[in-house]
Design a protein around this ligand. Structure first.
Ligand SMILES: *Cc1c(COP(=O)(O)O)cnc(C)c1O
Length: 377
């Protein structure tokens, strides 16, 4: 059947958009197409276009956000159960990721555990919208205000999602999205920061172009900076016109096509798998609009290995989101113990989820999974 865990959903419209940039514009770097993409993302989120800074990966977005609001040696509270990119972005800025435990019901950061890890060097907190779930994001902001911390949202999973009716990215502090090949929308690779603080926005805007002052404005006017000054470290993290052309098409397809398709599949999984002995599903808040990027579940029977092997034998790929970062040598090699994170890691598998999985595929996946899980009951 050739089932895939995740997939870029691109076709003729994206190909035509890239062809238009190549054949009509001919400038493939960061120019007018990127400016239009930023304007359209801003309109979609309901923010000022000057606050949207597009970059070449989601990891670059998180790195730029961290270096804009933290200084080297500052500590950043972050859940251990996240993509390695969250941790690498923090350490790339010379900061220290402080691994926090998670809530078992959502895999989002456990604020009571985070509170215990605050120290004199704590400068920011990085909530990760695991499986696109903003869960109690308001509490993170309240906590940050109480402890005088910056908030850097790793919203890589959560483009197009809402918290209490508000679009993720439309409020808050520093919000980072990923547009890599398998996220809710893709630019091929790519990402963006929505910076609600003007000073941080300017730092990110410059830092994506080697920190050449105001280079973005020049490029959008079709000009270049030949005489300039630089006052801080910068990077080559800008987005290209080719990526932006793909992203502009994807942005239009999200509300009518990708969002409903992902939601429908997740709903089907929920219906078939809830209340089953040996399987635990994660919670979302009914006040939130969650367009799931991944569909993780817990295999609570202690037979995760057998379930993964059984599904694999039936041609059904599964994933692990994620290996906890505090277990990696570079981040302490397990010298710290985070009980919920470690328990979830031992039980967590991710089922195939992307808009081209049919209802028949999803039914087949559920039937196989239920058969395997019940054989161990
Ligand atoms: C995808 C992802 C990123 C990084 O995005 P890239 O565009 O792949 O660099 C960061 N954090 C999380 C949680 C992600 O899933």
């Amino acid at each position: 059947m050739g089932l895939r865990l995740s997939k870029s959903i691109v076709g003729k419209a994206e190909a035509e958009a890239v062809a238009r940039v190549i054949l009509e514009d001919g400038y493939l770097g960061m120019g007018n197409e990127v400016r239009l993409f930023e304007q359209e993302v801003a309109a979609f989120l309901g923010v000022d276009p000057g606050r949207v800074i597009s970059v070449n990966t989601g990891t670059a977005a998180v790195h730029l956000a961290v270096q804009a609001v933290c200084s080297p040696a500052d500590e950043v509270l972050v859940p251990s159960l996240t993509f390695l990119a969250s941790f690498q972005a923090i350490s790339a800025a010379g900061c220290v990721p402080v691994a926090c435990d998670i809530l078992e019901e959502t895999c989002t950061i456990d604020m009571s555990d985070a509170a215990k890890r605050i120290g004199p060097k704590t400068r920011a907190i990085m909530p990760v919208h695991y499986a696109s779930n903003p869960w109690k994001l308001d509490e993170v902001y309240t906590f940050a205000r109480e402890h005088n911390l910056r908030v850097i949202e790793d919203a890589a999973h959560a483009f197009g999602c809402r918290h209490n009716g508000k679009m993720i990215g439309s409020f808050g502090d520093m919000v980072c999205f990923s547009f890599d090949g398998i996220k809710n929308i893709t630019c091929g690779e790519g990402g963006c920061i929505v910076a609600h603080d003007e000073a941080a926005a300017q730092i990110c805007k410059d830092a994506r172009l080697l920190s050449v002052r105001n280079d973005t404005e020049k490029r959008y006017a079709g000009a270049r900076s030949w005489d300039f000054d630089v006052t801080r470290q910068g990077y080559r993290y800008h987005m290209s016109n080719i990526m932006a052309a793909i992203g502009r098409v994807q942005l239009k397809r999200l509300p009518e096509e990708f969002g409903p398709a992902r939601l429908k599949l997740a709903e089907l999984y929920r219906q078939k798998l809830s209340g089953v002995d040996g399987i635990k599903l994660f919670r979302t808040d009914p006040n939130d609009h969650v367009i799931p990027h991944i569909f993780p579940i817990l295999i609570t029977s202690g037979r995760k290995k057998e379930v993964v092997e059984g599904l694999d034998a039936a041609g059904i790929p599964t994933g692990v989101h994620y290996k906890p970062n505090h277990l990696l040598t570079f981040y302490g090699g397990g010298s710290l113990s985070l009980p919920v994170t470690e328990r979830v890691y031992a039980q967590n598998i991710t089922l195939p989820l992307h808009p081209e999985i049919s209802e028949a595929d999803a039914n087949f996946i559920c039937a196989k999974l239920l058969k395997i899980v019940r054989s161990f009951a």
